[in-house]
Structures are given as C-alpha cells and as structure tokens.
Write a protein that binds this ligand. Structure first.
Ligand SMILES: [Zn+2]
Length: 159
C-alpha cells in the first residue's frame, strides 16, 4: 500500500504537469482506479500481480517527456491491463452497456417496426414502422444501458 501511495502521488503530479489535453489523451484519470483494482486482485491473480509490477515502469516513467514510440508502448500496456481486467475480472469501461443496449435496441426496434409495418395495411407503413421502431428501440436501449452502467458504477465495476 505504501508504494501505491507513492504511485498515486506520481499520477497526481502528472495530472497537474501534463495539462488537460494530454491527461485526456493518455487517460491519466483512469490510472488510479486501475491501480486500485490491480492491487485488489493481485493476491489471487498472478497476471494482475505482474501487471501491477510493470504499472509504474511501463506507464508512469518518462511520461513528462513523451515521444511517439513511448506513447505507443504506453497505449499498448494500458490496453493490455484494461483488457485483462475486463475479461478476467468482468470490469467494464464507462458507457459499456449504453453502447451495447443502444445498438441492440435500435436493430430490434427497427426489425419489429418493419414487421408490424409489413403486416399492417399491405406494407404501406413499412418505412414509418421502421423509423418509429428504430427511435423507440434506441430510446429503450439507452434507458436500459444507462441504468446498467450506473449500477455497474455503484458496484465499483467501472474502470
Ligand atoms: Zn487479474
């Protein structure tokens, strides 16, 4: 935990030194949360233990004088960590469910609207049914996705 405190201080320093644009591009604001999750799982998961061990050296070092090749490595390491947390520990990124449910709702709504439009009035309402169904399905999808996302956030499953 003591070393974590040191790393968090380093992250905070980077946040103030790099400027808002770089902090956003490098997703620095996610690092503390990711670090906490890795620490939490590292007792029972050797991959997390390994990722935790490279966290500081691969992600945080030299970030203040970042060049292209370092940036590439940084992004690869960050992606690797996030994808492990996602696959193995079922953590999700912000807006995960909205994306899924919105596209699912849109296509389902479109399909239902098309079918209803087709069977009613000899297909005259097919296109109206499709667009209405699409809007309806998309709204429902966004609604369900938002609820699921906020539940996941409450449970601390978002990184
Ligand atoms: Zn793990």
């Amino acid at each position: 935990m003591e070393t974590n405190q040191k790393i968090i201080e380093k992250i905070d320093m980077l946040k103030s030194n790099l400027g808002a644009k770089k902090v956003k591009a490098l997703q620095i604001y996610r690092l503390e949360n990711i670090l906490n999750k890795l620490t939490q799982y590292s007792d029972g998961c050797s991959e997390c233990k390994y990722l935790l061990s490279i966290f500081e050296s691969q992600l945080l070092n030299n970030l203040d004088c970042i060049d292209k090749s370092h940036l590439k490595n940084y992004m690869i390491t960050l992606k690797k960590i996030i994808s492990h947390l996602h696959k193995k520990h079922k953590l999700i990124t912000a807006g995960h469910y909205i994306g899924i449910y919105m596209s699912m709702g849109t296509s389902l709504g479109m399909l239902c609207g098309m079918v209803i439009g087709l069977i009613s009035n000899k297909g005259e309402f097919q296109s109206i049914g499709m667009s209405l169904g699409m809007c309806f399905g998309m709204s429902i999808g966004i609604l369900i996705g938002t609820i699921k996302d906020s539940n996941a956030k409450k449970k601390g499953n978002v990184i």
